[in-house]
Design a binder for this molecule. Structure first.
Ligand code: ATP
Ligand code: MG
Length: 635
């Protein structure tokens, strides 16, 4: 039996029990057997959630890039590490082997060194989904610099805030990016941002769209000539287990983004172990995660987790709708993708399109489907299962957060039986707890509460950059000796977890606690509905009442809206109960989303409560025009 790669349910339970009873032995064995160390640890774990202070593998020395690259060279030197699929389908895909990745990472690392970047310095990476993006993360890690990737769709304001918050002296970017039919002037955005970032002395620019851009003398330099002159070897900086590896800002769904700090050894072990199990990766599989590396999903499951396992990981530059809505499936067929990982928002958008876009392609290579980011509703789950997986590829609904670094609760495909909308069981080493409002742990099954984690796991964030107090207040102050996730969940009769939504979004109607996800799930069952959000608003009698924002599929748009409202409320009554009926239903053309594709409920909550003059931090909002439209038509 291996602790590292679980192959059946009995093994899962055995490994899980061991990981709870003897967590230190469990992680110690995994660390010992599956990774490369310059020096082993003196102590596996010490922790104190009251401070909070968490240390894993104290005294160990390593470099994560040796684990992700060097150790594979002997047996996988010619294997494709990164398979780059460009925005334009007629441009050739690029296969970067482990050996080539090694050379390119070393060259990049040498350039950074030459520019004066040292261990512990922060490097801002604002690069689109081209190979230089993955390579720049690894180059930072090679020399012990802390990378702070900012999604290359953020505005100059959002970029400037993040550069200043983590005090970066250098920015890596590109002359522009391709997104479907459009090109984006990234360098222009950087220039604008840097007007308010005095600390930045160097900007390295990758060439992608051949745009005619202005280079600021003494500050900006083209990357390629520097790389061409750099050596293809670079001694890895030897890092302490707890040295920071990167800073990454959360999506900003609930408020001001937080700069989460992840450390080297624990993050490596967490992302690698979960990648292996949750995607059941086997040698020679081709794995594809559609996220952007600007999010934690891309960090852990495009770059570090797959590469630590010697996998082939696809990096896609484009968008699902270009040149048409068949693009994802075309790529699956073309590269014979075995594991496919995406988000509910993408699945819902794809499901709205003509099924002919799917049927054109051979998807028989797929073995595992994954989803992450938001609760997935049943209708989307079934669409994914039937049309993409042809009911033979298990769907793993993976619950986790920027803060957790790696997947926490998810089905292990071919091991854990799945149920739509359930994230199912905790992975080994993860100890969830559900708490009531008074701070008592809800024991046993068939309970519903606030989701906490009661024991440390290696890949947890150690602090918020520059603000340890906020880290403590946000995650460790609600419940004693617990990490509080901010999410609500229920545990069913067999111990499966279902995420019911964010705790802040729970609405109390006539004294009943209503989670948002199950109600939205019921609404989305209506054949005319594409997406929905419910929020509470003050009500004289009930305390709160429910306001629904609903977008329709094209087929539903011509229907009588009053009838639709009645049918939707009938569905809710049947599935949940009359208590959850919506007082107001507003049909809209779109919903406000974060740039990572998540619905921004707090904005809708403000609109429903008539507080439109205080919408809060909107720096991560993707579509402000939708918000204006919703305000104009509010009920
Ligand atoms: P912020 O913390 O800035 O408000 P965010 O929480 O959206 O932003 P992320 O760390 O990207 O930032 O997202 C983690 C959250 O996404 C989780 O706390 C949860 O609410 C939601 N989530 C992620 N995966 C799932 C899933 N499989 N099922 C349900 N919810 C999920
Ligand atoms: Mg969050």
């Amino acid at each position: 039996m291996s602790n590292y790669h679980i192959k059946n349910l009995e093994e899962y339970f055995t490994v899980y029990r061991k990981s709870v009873r003897y967590p230190e032995t469990f992680w110690d064995e995994i660390a010992e057997e599956h990774f490369m160390w310059r020096k082993k640890w003196d102590e596996v774990l010490s922790w104190d959630f009251s401070k909070p202070e968490i240390t894993w593998f104290k005294g160990a020395k390593l470099n994560i890039t040796e684990n992700c690259i060097d150790r594979h060279l002997r047996i996988r030197g010619d294997k494709t590490a990164i398979l780059f699929e460009p925005n334009d389908p007629s441009e050739k895909a690029e296969h970067i082997t482990y050996q080539q990745l090694h050379d390119r990472v070393c060259q990049f690392a040498n350039v950074l060194k030459e520019k004066g970047v040292k261990k512990g310095d922060r490097v801002c990476i604002y690069v689109p989904m081209i190979p230089e993006l993955a390579i720049s993360l690894l180059a930072c890690a090679r020399i012990g610099a802390i990378h702070s990737v900012v999604f290359a769709g953020f505005s100059s304001n959002a970029l400037a805030t993040r550069i200043n918050d983590s005090d970066c002296k250098i920015v890596i970017t590109a002359d522009g990016s391709f997104r479907g039919k459009k090109t984006i002037d990234l360098k222009g955005i950087v220039d604008k941002a840097l007007e308010t970032c005095e600390g930045v002395k160097t900007v390295l620019v990758a060439k992608r769209i051949e745009a005619d851009i202005t280079m600021k003398e003494g500050r900006d330099e083209w990357l390629q000539p520097l790389l061409n002159n750099a050596a293809t070897t670079c001694e890895p900086e030897i890092m302490d287990a707890e040295d920071p590896l990167f800073i990454l800002y959360t999506s900003g769904s609930t408020g001001k983004p937080k700069g989460m700090v992840h450390t080297t050894a624990g993050y490596m072990i967490g992302s690698a172990f979960t990648f292996k199990n949750v995607f059941q990766y086997r040698e020679n599989d081709v794995y594809w995660c559609t996220a952007d590396i600007g999010w934690i999903t891309g960090h852990s499951y495009i770059v570090y987790g797959p590469l630590a396992n010697g996998a082939t990981t696809v990096m896609f530059e484009g968008v699902p709708s270009y040149p048409d809505w068949g693009r994802f499936w075309e790529i699956v067929e073309k590269h014979k993708v075995n594991q496919f990982y995406t988000a509910p928002t993408a699945i819902r958008a794809l499901a709205k399109q003509n099924i002919a876009f799917v049927e054109k392609y051979d998807l028989s290579s797929l073995k595992v489907l994954g989803t992450v980011g938001e609760p997935i509703n049943e209708e989307a789950w079934h669409w994914y299962d039937e049309n993409i997986g042809h009911k033979k590829s298990p769907i793993t609904d993976t619950w986790w957060q920027t803060e957790t670094g790696s997947i926490m609760i998810a089905a292990i495909p071919y091991v854990t039986p799945t149920i739509p909308t359930f994230a199912t069981l905790p992975l080994p080493g993860i100890q969830p707890a559900l708490m009531d409002a008074d701070g008592n742990e809800l024991k046993g099954n068939q309970v519903d509460g606030r989701l906490c984690i009661k024991f440390p796991w290696p890949s947890m964030a150690r602090t918020i950059w520059g603000n340890h107090q906020r880290y403590k207040d946000t995650y460790f102050s609600s419940f004693e000796n617990m990490y509080f996730t901010g999410d609500g969940a229920m545990r069913d009769s067999v111990g499966y977890y279902r995420i019911t939504g964010r705790v802040d979004d729970v609405v109390i109607v006539s004294g009943h606690n209503l989670g948002t996800a199950p109600i939205e799930d019921a609404i989305n069952e209506h054949p005319a509905v594409a997406e929905s959000v419910i929020v509470g608003f003050p009500h004289e009698v009930k305390g709160n009442a429910l306001y629904g924002y609903i977008t329709l599929k094209e087929a539903g748009e011509s229907r009588n809206q009053d009838n639709l409202r009645k049918e939707i409320n009938q569905l809710i009554t049947d599935r949940i109960g009359p208590i959850a009926k919506l007082d107001k239903i507003q049909f809209t053309d779109g919903l406000p989303k974060t740039r990572s594709g998540k619905i921004m409920r707090r904005i809708l909550r403000k609109i429903a409560s008539n507080e439109t003059d205080s919408l809060g931090d909107t720096s991560t909002l993707l579509n402000p025009e939708v918000v204006e439209d919703i305000i104009k038509n509010a009920l």
